[in-house]
Design a protein around this ligand. Structure first.
Ligand code: GLV
Length: 322
């Protein structure tokens, strides 16, 4: 098969871009701007492979563009909620992602957010920078400890499991989970408890962390109704996707003091963030940094290269998504 033409929608770590240009003459996006719908349509019409990522809104309307040449969407990232997978299938487009390689770093970031929320780290940082710290005092910025508390994990896939391991073995937390697939081997290895319903999980957790994919079924999984099942004074952490949380309902739960705090790496309308969330002292925010380490991002790129290599030789894609 002659070398396929490839377009890369965002900047990638240098060694990955170098390999793509060297091996395939890939077209890069030097100014790293986010492609709009017309640019995505154009990419699908002109290239065999679109190396896309989570900022590319590959809707049905975009994917069904006339005169499409593309046959493969090689996604840089694990989440696929930005791609209409049913439309991709209908359009005969193969799709791959990059599972596994960002698990540990995303779990680390989840622990960072759990700690930051519990120990009010961002509040302290803001106070210092504003020159408002008057010195140590016994009642200053008291948080809450993680050890001995119950962490509820919604979604025990790779990342949820890595969080459970850290919370149990590193931080002495009790861990309960609710997930599409029950994981008896993780239950016995880490002494984590399975909950048959989300409500049951929420009702017994001091901290809740979300690790389910964003699908039609999980959209607004955390809403006014389910928030009402959470313990009063509990914390919510989200490093999955913004769509899983109804932010308006979360705001209300935070504003009323029902929840003690939330720590969010992802947002419903990102990169726009609801200014009301930013105005609350008990909300800790990060700009979608879950997998943002050099190691993860290079490994994700290598994974994309493996999938492209397989596509080129006609071999099965190692990370094909159906
Ligand atoms: C990052 O959020 C990813 O989906 O890989």
């Amino acid at each position: 098969m002659p070398s396929p033409s490839i377009i890369v929608t965002r900047r990638l770590p240098a060694p990955i871009e170098e390999a793509l240009v060297r091996d395939y003459g890939a077209v890069l996006n030097p100014d790293d701007h986010q492609f709009n719908a017309d640019e995505l349509r154009d990419a699908l019409q002109r290239f065999d492979i679109v190396l896309c990522t989570l900022t590319d809104r590959l809707t049905r309307d975009v994917l069904m563009v006339a005169g499409r040449r593309a046959r493969f969407l090689a996604n840089f990232g694990v989440g696929l909620n930005h791609i209409d997978l049913a439309a991709a299938r209908e359009a005969g487009l193969m799709v791959s992602n990059t599972p596994g390689v960002l698990t540990e770093d995303t779990a680390d970031l989840t622990m960072l957010l759990l700690l930051a929320a519990a120990r009010r780290a961002w509040e302290g940082d803001r106070e210092l920078r504003a020159g408002l710290w008057t010195g140590w005092r016994p009642t200053h910025l008291l948080g809450t400890r993680l050890s001995g508390k119950t962490l509820g994990i919604a979604g025990l896939g790779r990342i949820g499991e890595a969080v459970a391991r850290r919370a149990r073995l590193g931080f002495g937390m009790s861990v309960a989970y609710w997930s599409r697939t029950r994981r008896p081997e993780v239950e016995s290895e880490l002494s984590v408890t399975w909950c048959p319903t989300l409500r049951e999980l929420l009702g017994q957790s001091d901290f809740v962390t979300l690790h389910c994919p964003a699908t039609a079924d999980t959209r607004h999984l955390i809403n006014a109704d389910t928030l009402a099942s959470m313990r009063s004074g509990a914390f919510l952490v989200n490093t999955s996707r913004g769509d899983v949380v109804d932010e308006a309902a979360l705001l209300e739960a935070l504003r009323s003091g029902r929840l003690a705090g939330a720590a969010l790496d992802v947002f419903e309308g990102e990169p726009a963030v609801n200014p009301r969330l930013l105005s609350l002292a008990n909300v800790t925010t990060l700009p979608h940094l879950g997998s943002a380490t050099i190691e993860s991002r290079v490994a994700m790129g290598e994974r994309v290269l493996r999938n492209i290599g397989a596509f080129v030789t006609g071999a099965p894609l190692p990370d094909r998504v159906d």
